[in-house]
Design a protein around this ligand. Structure first.
Ligand code: MN
Length: 283
């Protein structure tokens, strides 16, 4: 079941907002033979103002979006569907996690740890903060959660990030909850993406969510993202990593974020994302 959550947490109408429609135009739904649950309309944010209290852009709109995402994903899971949520950016994750049952594991594949807060984020975009929010490190009020962990930190695997040396990245690295399991991009290369994917998929039997921020992919293969980081997995490695995760029996659903269509004028990267998701999910 495909559902669109076109939330762009810059509030400025960047290309992440148009990614779900672009992926659909490129044939994603047909390629997956997926049912269609349309779009979560409240997950559109058009407010670039940084809230002085929380330090988060579009705080009121994020609360609305988070509630609507939680309600829709909760209903789909309750009806026995396995949603594929098309972002938008990673600010959709707290709403999704609100809908997940207790003791759900999270596979979080991203170039960045998303562990800043309203003070430490240089941008104020909630997509800098989502893993911090869902593990109970805030800022909670600004993204529509009541505080507290939505996912227990020791149930999170943070995969594919690469530590960078600028000041805010150092601050961010120091904030990461030490209970979170980390597999950096370098470790992924060392162990082999297929080995890591197979071992994660085989480890445990409780419900799991898979979150894929496409900026994890090396910018040589996917430059159509807002915050590219060098030295990521190539497409072949990503497919090897994600295929066993996406096909795990215990998977409740999957979110895909951060394709920026503004950086893809001829649509070639959008088409590649459709091919990759089809290979991962269908084979
Ligand atoms: Mn992210």
């Amino acid at each position: 079941m495909i559902v669109d959550a076109p939330l762009d947490s810059s509030g400025a109408g960047r290309g992440e907002e148009r990614a779900p429609a672009a992926l659909r135009r490129a044939g994603l739904r047909e390629a997956l033979s997926a049912d269609d649950d349309g779009r979560i309309d409240e997950a559109l944010l058009r407010d670039p103002t940084r809230d002085p209290a929380s330090g988060v852009i579009g705080a009121a709109g994020l609360v609305r979006a988070g509630g609507a995402i939680a309600a829709r994903i909760g209903a789909l899971i309750a009806d026995g569907h396995r949603p594929l949520v098309l972002g938008g950016d990673c600010a959709i994750l707290p709403g999704i996690c609100r809908a997940l049952p207790p003791a759900t594991d999270l596979w979080f594949v991203d170039a960045h740890p998303d562990f800043l807060d309203g003070t430490t984020s240089p941008t104020g975009e909630a997509a800098d903060m989502d893993l911090s929010v869902v593990t109970g490190h805030g800022p909670a009020a600004a993204v529509g959660t009541g505080g507290g962990a939505l996912i227990e930190p020791n149930r999170v695997h943070l995969i594919g990030h690469r530590p960078s040396t600028d000041e805010s990245s150092r601050v961010e690295a120091a904030r990461i909850d030490p209970a979170i399991h980390q597999i950096t991009a370098a470790e992924l290369r060392r162990r082999g993406a297929a080995t890591v994917g197979a071992s994660l998929a085989a480890d445990g039997d409780g419900p799991t969510w898979l979150h894929l921020d496409l900026d994890v992919v090396d910018p040589r293969d996917l430059p159509a993202v807002t915050y590219p980081e060098p030295d990521g997995p190539r497409w072949a490695d990503l497919i090897a990593l994600v295929t066993p995760l996406a096909r795990a029996d215990r998977l409740l659903g999957m979110s895909v974020t951060d394709l920026n269509t503004d950086e893809d004028p001829d649509g070639r990267h959008t088409r590649r994302v459709v091919e990759v998701l089809t290979e991962v999910l269908v084979g």
